[in-house]
Design a protein around this ligand. Structure first.
Ligand code: FES
Length: 161
C-alpha cells in the first residue's frame, strides 16, 4: 500500500511505538495522536493506512476513534488542553486541575482564552486511568496528581508559551 497520510516522520514515530509495546494494538492510540497532531483531524484514509501498517483490522482502529472523544478534534487555539472527566479521574478530583488550569490560562471549557493560546475540553477516558486525573496538552500526557501547586502547573504551561 502506498501511504499518503502516513508520511515518513509519522511512520518513524509509529515504528518506535511498535517496538516499545509488546502488542501491536498498543501502538494504535499513540499513532492516532501523531496523525491528529499533524492533520488536526483523523482522515479516514489515514485509518486504512494505519490498519495496513500495523496489521490490525480497520474496524479495531475505527472502534477506538469513535470511542475516544479526543480523536474528534477541534483545535481552535494554539494549545488544546483535554481533561478527562470519567469516573477514575472524577474520583481523583479532575475538577481541581480544571479550576487551576482555567485560572492560569483564562480559558474555559469549550472556550478559548482571550489571547487565543488555550482551549479547554472535557473528554471521556483518554486511556490513562492509572495516572488519574489525567490530561493532555496537545499531544503530551500529564499526571494531574503530581500537580500540587500553581507553580507546578505554571512550569508545565510555560513550555507551551
Ligand atoms: S478515566 Fe480518566 S484517563 Fe481513564
Amino acid at each position: 500500500m502506498n501511504y499518503i497520510y502516513l508520511t515518513q516522520d509519522i511512520l518513524e514515530k509509529i515504528k518506535t511505538y511498535r517496538e516499545k509495546f509488546p502488542l501491536k494494538e498498543q501502538a494504535i492510540i499513540p499513532s492516532l495522536h501523531e496523525i491528529l497532531e499533524k492533520y488536526r483531524d483523523i482522515p479516514e484514509k489515514a485509518l486504512e493506512e494505519l490498519s495496513d501498517y500495523l496489521s490490525v483490522p480497520l474496524a479495531d482502529i475505527e472502534g477506538i476513534v469513535s470511542f475516544y472523544d479526543m480523536f474528534r478534534y477541534k483545535k481552535n487555539a494554539r494549545n488544546h488542553i483535554r481533561i478527562c472527566r470519567n469516573l477514575p479521574c472524577h474520583l481523583a478530583k479532575y475538577h481541581n486541575i480544571l479550576e487551576m488550569i482555567k485560572e492560569k490560562t483564562g480559558a474555559d471549557v469549550g472556550k478559548n482564552s482571550p489571547d487565543g493560546k488555550w482551549y479547554i475540553e472535557l473528554v471521556e477516558c483518554i486511556g490513562s486511568c492509572g495516572i488519574a486525573p489525567a490530561f493532555l496538552i496537545n499531544n503530551d500526557l500529564y499526571d494531574g496528581s503530581k500537580i500540587k501547586t500553581d507553580e507546578d502547573l505554571k512550569k508545565i504551561l510555560d513550555k507551551y508559551e
